[in-house]
Ligand binder design. Sequence first.
Ligand code: NAP
Ligand code: F7E
Length: 345
Amino acid sequence: MTSSSAGTDAPRALITGVTGQDGSYLAELLLDLGYEVFGLVRRSSSPQTDRIAHLAGRLQLLRGDLLDQSSLSAAVAESRPQEIYNLAAQSFVPTSWQEPVLTAEFTGLGVTRLLEAARQHAPKARFYQASSSEQFGATKQSPQREDTPFWPRSPYGVAKAYAHWITVNYRESYGMYACCGLLFNHESPRRGAEFVTRKISLAAARIKLGLLDRLVLGNLEARRDWGFAGDYVRAMWLMLQQDSPKDFVIATGVTHSVREFCELAFAELDLDWRAFVHTDPKLARPAEIECLVGDASRARQELGWSPTVDFAGLVRQMVRADYEHLRLKQAPPSTPFDQLALRAR
Ligand code: NAP
Ligand code: F7E
């Protein structure tokens, strides 16, 4: 672990995108490892802090936006981090066709802004860039490894490819400890509701509870290499603890279709998915990636990393979490005390 240069012995880390799925798991991991953790949060009329609410008092939040150079510089100068994790991005692929310029600004150019802030205010900080399997897109090589050529198929993938190469370029130009994790899809009960896995787990739970009667999806045959987000943030941390910076593919090595995800998710609640799932061609993407599967051999050998949750375990965890959460929300108060509290409201 990199050591602190100031007052306390605790190493300091700055996480952008701390309010997102990965940011929340990474903040937990680093706090448990004894880090002082700073999280960058952008201004919103209604703060998006649900995923980190349980870390209040342990996590220090700084205001900043990937679009704004001075706020990034101020955040780096104030936190004086030994490690910077850049997880912030416009991360939903369909939105990248609706807002291609904004996606390029956030997900592409925003990385250059943060690298510049690091170069000027914390040049020795170790820098992690959240690269993506979307960069491989329609590549002919399978499974995808660190040296597989990129052929991105969405404005998001193109922006991430730029972000990847600018990070490599800062490593090569300035000798910065900067590395990219080429992460394949990773999910959890904290996954955003518009991504397909969470869309399915939430719908299955709602259908079971009688709150919904159908689920409409796009391409059921698309195949992805799905892992658990908690495993993947551990890989991010490991990448910054090596002797020299390198890029790594992080994946399970197993691919499944959206259809298979549906089958397992509905079966977990004793439902037959075929009775509820419909498709709508409007949800098809202008350019789809039919199949992705990663080869994480380098990470296994050099980082000692391997996933702990398999596909069936991931589906079960997500469906159970959504079902229990919705069931409890619906359940009438069970104790006299709860009844009183309800009447007082
Ligand atoms: P996520 O849940 O969508 O979180 C994205 C985060 O970025 C949120 O905290 C969001 O803040 C923040 N953000 C967006 N625009 C910003 C801006 N202009 N300035 C500052 N912050 C901004 O994403 P995730 O699933 O945790 O993924 C983390 C990173 O890994 C992303 O870069 C994603 O592209 C990449 N990635 C994800 C996967 C995956 O399968 N999850 C795979 C490969 C790579 P708000 O809460 O305010 O919106
Ligand atoms: O789609 C198909 C869809 O939106 C997965 C992001 O974290 O991982 C994520 O990107 C597949 C696609 O994730 C629906 O066409 C079918 O083939 O869950 P997704 P994604 O596009 O793979 C990568 C690695 C990232 O870096 C991204 O940030 O599922 N699909 N029907 C659907 N997808 C959605 N969202 N909704 C549907 O109804």
